[in-house]
Design a protein. Structure first.
Length: 278
């Protein structure tokens, strides 16, 4: 994902770094890699190697685990026929829309981003070797907007409400404190309630998995990496599920990151699967 500071065109380094991690793992098109991402990856490699050698966590392990698990869950929704439309909020340099829309030409896939990142993503997709599907596009969406031209609700009005919708976020929630995350969940639940079927998928880091000494150090590393504070707004899985239900979801499951892969750090992340219908 990419985070832009309000009133600024400064793209968070996470968008570049995660894009490079996906590229190196063979999950992304070369056009979605960036010079900044390659430099960041090279700069962090010694620290990650040292952490792994000392039995600590690495950024790459949980980034790849969460990405693959989100892919698996979303692919299952598409294959089942429950979902034929996707909105990915704060998509950054994610290759997911490119890959899935090429694999499923009938799929409507909208990548939502703030203006500077949306423009950059459009240029990168135009250079990609793998061609986007005919119903794949990048739209300007602000995940924090309650209404207006950049809101999720405005984009949702353009879709077929008789079909199924998946809304997905990756690497977004832990930028925000509890109140703002609750607001994102309310807007997502409200939007999904307008469709015949739908699911919300997102990664999340819980406090109980990140509060011990080594885990807090890892959180501090993440904070320095994203140039801001990393939030753990929900204590544990039950707390997160309760807040999801309060936001309007009828059910919510949390998948451990280990379902998406192995490696040091995968147990720091979970993936939410929440629905507005039982």
């Amino acid at each position: 994902m990419a985070l832009l500071e309000r009133g600024s065109d400064a793209i968070s380094p996470t968008a570049h770094y995660t894009g490079e991690v996906w590229r190196r793992a063979g999950l992304s098109d070369p056009a979605l890699g960036t010079t900044q991402g390659r430099l960041l990856h090279a700069g962090l490699r010694p620290a990650m190697a040292l952490s792994a050698a000392l039995g600590g966590d690495t950024l790459e392990a949980f980034l790849l685990a969460r990405h693959r698990l989100l892919d698996e869950l979303l692919e299952a929704e598409i294959e089942s026929g429950r979902v034929d439309q996707v909105i990915e909020l704060a998509a950054g340099m994610s290759p997911r829309g490119l890959r899935l829309s090429a694999r499923h030409p009938e799929l409507v896939y909208i990548e939502g981003e703030l203006p500077a990142m949306a423009a950059r993503k459009r240029r990168s997709l135009a250079r990609a070797r793998l061609r986007p599907g005919p119903r794949h596009r990048v739209a300007e969406i602000d995940a924090l907007a309650q209404d207006g031209p950049a809101s999720l609700a405005r984009v949702g009005r353009e879709l077929d409400h008789s079909g199924g919708l998946a809304i997905i976020t990756e690497g977004l929630l832990n930028y925000f404190p509890r109140e703002q995350t609750d607001g994102i969940w309310r807007r997502v639940a409200t939007e999904l309630s307008h469709f015949a079927d739908g699911v919300y998928l997102s990664d999340i880091h819980l406090e109980t998995n990140n509060r011990a000494g080594p885990q807090r150090a890892f959180g501090a590393l993440l904070g320095a990496f994203v140039r801001g504070r990393v939030h753990f707004p929900y204590r544990d899985g039950e707390d997160a599920r309760a807040r999801l239900r309060a936001a309007g979801f009828a059910s919510a499951d949390l998948h451990p990151g280990s379902e998406g892969g192995s490696g040091p750090g995968v147990d720091r992340v979970h993936v939410i699967e929440a629905r507005c219908t039982g």
